[in-house]
Write a protein that binds this ligand. Structure first.
Ligand SMILES: NC(=O)c1ccc[n+]([C@@H]2O[C@H](COP(=O)([O-])OP(=O)(O)OC[C@H]3O[C@@H](n4cnc5c(N)ncnc54)[C@H](OP(=O)(O)O)[C@@H]3O)[C@@H](O)[C@H]2O)c1
Length: 270
């Protein structure tokens, strides 16, 4: 059985743990660390994981170590655990979920030769619908990369990308659940404006988006073709689409993705 350590049980750490446990990983093989003891107890109660506060202890004999702390804490955590990883009987792999921290910077802070994988996850991991990209560092073997992909695959889709694509990936999948939450919020308000109760508007909007996302995923059909399929000539949908286009929706997404990628690049330089 693979021994897993999750350093930092925040949003992404919990999403990962919840998916792994739902996919039948034995929670006794998952050690989760938190600085805050109450948070650790809460995660233990919810998932049955091994709750620790000592990062070095958590990575002792761990096969895969997921770093789920904020980007500014990543290099310090690597320095804290690298000696223990060196003494493990099998070669451990570090998997960083942090935005902006390069593989080179992580490899420099770890002992020579330590395998590092950089991942860009997203929060739908919590419901096993995550989108994670993986980028292996130079010391990662094919088997180790497969193992990491397999673990992440229990909580959603996994795609391998080049490190140079990661700012764009952050704009596309890391941050984009928030864009969709915003669009959903706006549609609910619009429904309330039309006289629906907030609860009904929410139920209709969320189900419509879930259905549309499932259609795109399961049919593989281009979104433009699916949209044309619900746009009858001179009909209701095309009237709404014209308003959205004239309000600059498409341009707003171009600009938002650009800003997101720029911010990701900026954070990486800090
Ligand atoms: N959230 C997203 O949608 C998203 C998307 C893509 C990538 N990411 C990446 O995922 C990583 C985690 O993000 P998040 O949103 O999950 O952040 P978060 O909710 O703040 O979680 C980080 C957790 O790590 C704990 N922590 C901090 N330092 C620690 C240490 N030295 N040892 C053990 N635990 C420690 C924090 O606890 P304290 O309360 O003690 O600080 C907190 O519970 C980030 O690097 C981020 O770039 C997040």
């Amino acid at each position: 059985m693979t021994n897993i350590a999750v350093i930092g049980g925040g949003q992404i750490g919990e999403a990962l743990v919840s998916g792994l446990v739902a996919a039948n990983t034995n929670p006794l093989n998952i050690r989760v660390t938190n600085r805050n003891e109450e948070r650790g107890k809460e995660l233990h109660k919810r998932y049955g994981i091994v709750n620790l506060t000592d990062n070095a202890q958590a990575v002792d004999e761990a096969d895969v170590v997921f770093l789920c702390v904020k980007p500014k804490g990543i290099l310090d955590v690597i320095s804290e655990i690298t000696a223990t990883l060196d003494n493990n009987s099998a070669q451990s792999v570090i998997v960083s979920m942090a935005a902006g921290i390069s593989i080179g910077a992580m490899e420099e802070n770890a002992s020579a030769g330590l395998p590092v994988v950089r991942v860009m996850p997203n929060t739908p991991m919590l419901v096993r619908k995550g989108m994670s990209t993986v980028t292996p560092g130079r010391h990662v073997s094919k088997e180790q990369l497969e193992q990491v992909k397999e673990l992440l695959g229990t909580v959603g889709h996994v795609v391998e990308v080049a490190e140079s694509d990661l700012d764009a990936v952050t704009a596309m999948s890391g941050s984009s659940p928030a864009y969709l939450f915003l669009v959903t919020e706006a549609l609910i308000d619009a429904g309330v404006n039309l006289g629906l109760s907030r609860a009904t508007a929410k139920e209709l909007a969320v189900a419509a988006f879930e259905g549309a996302a499932t259609m795109m995923q399961e049919t593989g059909t281009e979104p433009a073709v699916l949209r044309a399929g619900v746009s009858s000539p001179a009909g209701t949908t095309v009237a709404a689409i014209r308003e959205l286009e004239e309000s600059g929706l498409r341009g707003a997404f171009y600009r938002a993705a650009q800003k997101c990628a720029e911010r990701s690049a900026e954070l990486g330089k800090q």
